[in-house]
Design a protein. Structure first.
Length: 98
């Protein structure tokens, strides 16, 4: 019984496989596989460019984290020290009389 099921599945899969290979999707897949083998040597510069972009994005994310932490500290009221550092009040009577 299992041999019969195996043969039946094999008989059904052969035409299905032929249809898939002959379809535009199968042809595109074949082109992609063959193009991937030819372009192996040109991946080096592309990978280096992508690594540079990743480094730049990591630096940008870190900068945004620092800015966000600073803004959160100001919003939470940890910026009270900055409010205490106000310029001294001037005395208009003593300065204008000189």
């Amino acid at each position: 019984m299992t041999v019969f099921a195996f043969v039946l599945i094999l008989i059904i899969l052969i035409p299905v496989l032929a249809i898939v290979i002959d379809s535009p999707v199968g042809q595109a897949l074949a082109r992609r596989i063959s193009a991937g083998e030819e372009e192996q040597g040109s991946l080096g510069p592309r990978v280096e460019t992508l690594e540079g972009e990743v480094r730049y994005l990591n630096e940008t994310v870190e900068s945004l984290k620092e800015e966000s932490e600073f803004l959160h500290s100001l919003i939470e009221g940890k910026g009270d020290e900055a409010r205490r550092l106000e310029p001294p009040e001037s005395q208009p009577d003593s300065e204008s009389g000189s």
